[in-house]
Write a protein that binds this ligand. Structure first.
Ligand SMILES: CC(=O)N[C@H]1[C@@H](OP(=O)(O)O)O[C@H](CO)[C@@H](O)[C@@H]1O
Ligand SMILES: [Mg+2]
Length: 532
């Protein structure tokens, strides 16, 4: 349409489903071209994640299950925005500039999220792949986003028979194996149910299947918001709970029970509970990251892998990657109390993932609950050595620690943040530590915080630097934010244009909720006035 410009943002294209047909159609073509170039299958995921039900979106997945290479995002944007009569020319430009061997065969995996209204559009994507470029297209029906990443990576890795069932078998058996080791280490393993709000999305059916494969005697998962009645992402789901800092509508909570929420395509996970005074307590991506990283670090210490390494002088680097949205107290806790290395990147999982790969063990999470762990080959080799060195001189504790590290790795979906795998990982760690949710949330107390959105004429006039922690343009804005922040104890605030919505996002934290709210409001006002 005239005057409409879309861009391949933080997580592909998103917008009102009714106006997006041409975007899907063209992304089908682009997937086929990329497949020819990479000589591997490419994934096409149809979802608008946590957006309202009337929205839809599409994102491409690269051969190893990673997000589309950043260099191709601009090609996607260019292809999506040309008029129909410029389309062929634009395709030719992409083919020439990327030197795409058109004679190569191509193959695309495609899958869609539950409850999107435009089935026809999805079929067009398939059609475009198949007929326009001779690609073979495999329709995987409904899957969560991380399931498609996983299946694609297995397929391109040579397992051409991989399917959804394979995913469940893989993670269910890894989880059972870890719990087996964990319960060998102690007398009374604790099991209590976890209630999971699936945002009325695709995760509900998939989590039910995974839980069945594991068995209710091992993990008791109660699925809430399974899509039977409620609307997708409406007053529920990970984003709602995180941003509103309240439970999904209609959920009757009990103190210290474990609750979790997925988002619509099940790549985000957050936990929450009530304390004894019925205050709402959120355990977000920051707390999950802290739990994972300290668990890995503590076991690494026990197993003392370095002792077995070829060169004891090489240290394993463990790092946590956060964004500016990470709570200030999580960063303090990790650096000052746990002595764990921290890195900060701009918002968007692709940036965190990239940074995580620079560590031997990179634990990355956005505060909103999207994240996973990446393990280097170097770490894997060290681990194998640690595991195989089961000599009688090693203590049982050392051997268990090595085993646990290996099995923990197996329940992580390394391709992308995966709500189901992350849930299993949290549950396993809590069991191992004999922790209830109470011990977990007490590892540090969050600084009160608030997120807000401001509508301006053109959000793109705001440019940021220093991993989005500072505004560069308009130049008046950062000094104004600095001045406001100074008024509040433990104050911190930053603003950035959203990559998925037409708004400027404002984040503020301070010593009290009232101050955090106040600061967010003052900064919002500054954005409104200075940002036009
Ligand atoms: C504050 C926030 O949660 N922002 C989210 C949101 O991006 P924005 O660019 O802020 O709209 O959606 C992204 C994709 O899901 C996610 O990566 C990111 O963390
Ligand atoms: Mg999502």
């Amino acid at each position: 349409p005239d005057n409409v410009r879309v861009s391949y943002g933080t997580a592909g294209f998103r917008g009102n489903a009714s106006g997006m047909e041409y975007v899907f159609f063209r992304m089908g073509m682009l997937a086929a071209l990329r497949s020819k170039l990479k000589e591997a299958a490419i994934g096409v995921m149809v979802t608008a994640s946590h957006n309202p039900e009337h929205d839809n979106g599409v994102k491409l997945i690269d051969p190893q299950g990673e997000m589309l290479a950043q260099s191709w995002e601009s090609l996607a944007t260019a292809l999506a925005n040309v008029t129909n009569d410029q389309l062929i020319e634009q395709l030719k430009q992409i083919i020439d500039s990327q030197k795409i061997p058109l004679s190569n065969t191509s193959f695309s995996f495609y899958c869609k999220r539950l409850q999107v209204s435009n089935e026809v559009v999805c079929n067009k994507t398939t059609f475009a792949n198949a007929s326009a470029f001779g690609a073979t297209c495999h329709d995987h029906g409904l899957l969560t986003t991380p399931q498609l990443h996983y299946i694609l990576a297995c397929y391109n890795g040579g397992d051409i028979k991989v399917d959804e069932e394979h995913y469940y078998q893989n993670y269910a058996s890894a989880f059972k194996a870890l719990l087996n080791v964990v319960s060998l280490c102690k007398l009374n393993p604790v099991t209590s149910p976890v209630t999971v709000d699936c945002a009325n999305g695709v995760g509900a059916a998939k989590l039910t299947k995974l839980a069945e494969r594991i068995g209710a005697n091992i993990i008791d998962i109660v699925v809430y918001n399974d899509g039977q009645s409620g609307k997708l992402n409406e007053n529920c789901g990970a984003d709602y709970v995180k941003v509103q800092q309240r439970a999904p509508a209609g959920l009757n909570m009990e103190p210290f029970h474990r609750y979790a929420s997925f988002d619509g395509d099940a790549d985000r996970l957050i936990y929450y509970t009530l304390d004894s005074d019925c205050n709402f307590i959120l355990l977000d991506g920051d707390k999950i990251a802290a739990l994972f990283a300290t668990y890995i670090r503590d076991n690494l210490k026990k197993v003392n892998i370095e002792k077995n390494s070829v060169s004891a002088s090489i240290n394993l680097r463990l790092g946590i990657i956060q964004t500016a949205y990470a709570n200030g107290n999580s960063t303090n806790f990790l650096i000052n109390q746990q002595n764990i290395e921290i890195a900060c990147t701009p918002t968007g999982v692709k940036y965190l993932h990239e940074k995580a790969l620079t560590f031997d063990i990179g634990v990355y999470f956005e505060a909103n609950g999207h994240g996973t762990v990446s393990f280097s080959l170097f770490y894997l080799k060290r681990l194998q050595k640690g595991e195989s060195a089961f000599d009688p001189n090693k203590s049982a504790e050392e051997r268990f620690a090595a085993k646990k590290l290996k099995l923990f790795l197996d329940i992580i979906n390394q391709t992308v943040g995966d709500a189901m795998c992350d849930l299993l990982a949290v549950e396993a760690i809590l069991q191992d530590k004999n922790w209830s949710v109470k011990e977990w949330y007490r590892i540090y107390t969050e600084l009160p915080n608030r997120q807000a959105k401001v509508q301006v004429a053109d959000r793109r006039i705001i440019e940021t630097g220093d991993a989005e922690r500072k505004v560069i343009l308009p130049s008046m804005l950062q000094p104004a934010i600095d001045e406001l922040v100074r008024k509040y104890p433990s104050g911190r605030s930053f603003v950035r244009p959203s990559g998925t919505e037409d708004v400027v996002r404002v984040y503020a934290e301070a010593n009290t909720q009232e101050n955090a709210d106040d600061l967010a409001q003052q900064v919002s006002l500054a954005v409104y006035n200075i940002g036009g």
